[in-house]
Design a protein around this ligand. Structure first.
Ligand code: AMP
Length: 174
């Protein structure tokens, strides 16, 4: 088995969670397996090492679980991108569309700036709206988006189309 197939076997699909029709990708079996977790972090790090990444932007909440380990290994700073109202200081905000309505994410205004090269990390890219908004936020700060990295891509939802021209890494594709 390749490393990617082994990782895929540790993702558990939960039907109809959190609501009917959603096949939720539960990554907790992978997170609790130290070898698999290490292999996952290695796969991200080997792709981005040596690319001058200065910050890793992690998307609430499961992006935090992956991205902090990646940031540490890349010797980059960690910047949280959070749902509206969670960050305590001055923020920039970006909105994105949900199935019904819109939602917003925020970043601290001093999280990065000109001269920073930022890797945006989340567990899953589905429709791509969250990642698109996260990239826009990073650019609002004056920083450059070096690329985006996801453990899982739901390719049938065509999220990549919302990230045209961006370097997109996905370890597991459905
Ligand atoms: P999207 O903006 O549609 O690309 O959705 C991405 C965000 O929603 C990520 O932060 C994921 O954690 C979460 N997400 C979307 N679909 C799923 C899914 N099927 N399983 C787990 N998380 C998901």
């Amino acid at each position: 088995m390749t490393a990617t197939l082994e990782l895929k076997s540790l993702v558990r699909e939960i039907p109809d969670f959190p609501k009917k029709g959603i096949g939720f990708k539960d990554i907790t079996p992978l997170l609790k397996d130290p070898k698999a977790f290490g292999a996952m972090v290695d796969a991200f790090v080997s792709r981005w090492q040596g690319r001058g990444i200065t910050r890793v932007a992690v998307i609430e909440s499961r992006g935090f679980l992956l991205g902090s380990a990646i940031a540490h290994r890349l010797e980059a700073g960690l910047i949280p991108i959070r749902k509206k109202g969670k960050l305590p200081w001055k923020t920039h905000q970006a909105s994105y569309e949900l199935e019904y309505g819109t939602d917003s994410i925020e970043v601290h205004q001093d999280a990065a700036g000109e001269g920073d090269s930022v890797l945006v990390v989340d567990d899953v890219i589905a429709t791509g709206g969250t990642a698109q908004a996260a990239c826009a936020l990073v650019e609002t700060l004056g920083a450059k988006v070096a690329g985006t990295a996801f453990l899982i891509e739901l390719a049938f939802l065509k999220g990549r189309e919302k990230l045209p021209g961006r370097d997109v890494q996905a370890l597991i594709v459905y």
